[in-house]
Design a protein around this ligand. Structure first.
Ligand SMILES: [Zn+2]
Length: 321
């Protein structure tokens, strides 16, 4: 116990939590997250393991609800799926060290924040705390239950777009917050936010281009299922990317949480890439329909040339352009 005096109050004011957030409306997602009962704690300096990152469920993580655990595991899985295992490892380390909590009071427009509870002579890695909006857990759970209900009612393959988008949204947010988690006393000012936004945007573009490139590398009709899965994944990343850029324009740029001059082309870059992805999806669908109409051949259709502007080196593709 201690008596509070004015001097102390001033000091306390100086060390109120510094909040840094990536803002946008939580969206949705799907997949059946599987929780392993085991624990696997991986220091960042150890070599990255093969396979999935299993959520740490001991120590500070025991207090999570089952749904929170499922959400976290689904996010770790999605980070691995989009080939960013490094962030998954960092997130799991933060979880095992008790630095990841869920907050029911957070505004719905914010998916997660990184706080430094006490600025001082502290190691940022050991003092930063990541909060995830409980709203994301609740909405994801709702989407999952809706999809389960749809399956009960005979819809064998319900669209899981919202469920999947919630997790993809969270995965990209974790990439943003991972930057903050390594900063000293992160705050919502350009010095901290520029890097977090640039990193997340760069990753979103990389993930979208990877899907596009993989689509271009498929052979039809032999890999139609793979192609369909890539299109579904691309649609989800596209939606999240657009949502994040729109949100950045209306919040981070408008409110000068980032340096606007560093993001002058972020909107047009996003629009161009999405346009290219849409063109690729359209061409893919056209070819798929053509193949469906000519079932007399079992042979793979050789790839033809199509070069999306945003891909380099030039990629082969199905339909001449
Ligand atoms: Zn931020």
């Amino acid at each position: 116990m201690f008596k509070q005096n004015k001097g102390l109050a001033v000091i306390l004011l100086l060390i109120v939590p510094m909040v840094s957030a990536i803002d946008y409306t939580p969206m949705d997602f799907s997949s059946e997250p599987q929780i392993s009962q085991g624990t696997l704690s991986m220091p960042s300096e150890s070599p990255l393991p093969e396979g999935r990152i299993i959520l740490t469920t001991t120590g500070s993580a025991v207090d999570y609800t089952p749904t929170q655990k499922n959400l976290l595991q689904a996010t770790l899985d999605d980070l691995c799926k989009i080939d960013n295992k490094r962030t998954a490892v960092d997130l799991n380390n933060a979880i095992s060290n008790g630095h990841v909590t869920f907050n029911s009071e957070m505004p719905t427009g914010t998916l997660a924040t990184t706080k430094c509870p006490a600025l001082g002579y502290v190691d940022p890695i050991s003092s930063n705390e990541l909060e995830i909006n409980q709203f994301a857990v609740d909405s994801w759970d709702l989407y999952k239950r809706q999809n389960a209900k749809a399956q009960e009612n005979g819809i064998t393959d319900p669209k899981k777009t919202e469920e999947l988008m919630t997790i993809r949204d969270l995965a990209f947010t974790m990439i943003h917050e991972d930057v903050h988690m390594k900063q000293y006393g992160p705050q919502e000012i350009p010095y901290y936010e520029n890097d977090a936004y640039e990193t997340a945007i760069s990753e979103m573009r990389r993930v979208i281009k990877d899907d596009m490139q993989e689509m271009l590398d498929t052979e039809l009709p032999g890999e139609q299922d793979k192609l369909n899965a890539l299109i579904e994944d691309l649609e989800i990343s596209k939606s999240v990317y657009k949502e994040k850029i729109d949100s950045m324009q209306s919040d981070a740029i408008a409110n000068r949480k980032v340096d606007p001059e560093k993001f002058l082309t972020s909107q047009t870059d996003m629009e161009t890439l999405i346009q290219d992805a849409d063109t690729l999806i359209q061409k893919t669908n056209t070819v798929t329909q053509e193949i469906a109409g000519t079932t007399d051949t079992e042979e793979n259709i050789p790839a033809k040339e199509y070069t999306p502007r945003t891909l380099s080196p030039p990629a082969k593709w199905l339909l001449g352009n």
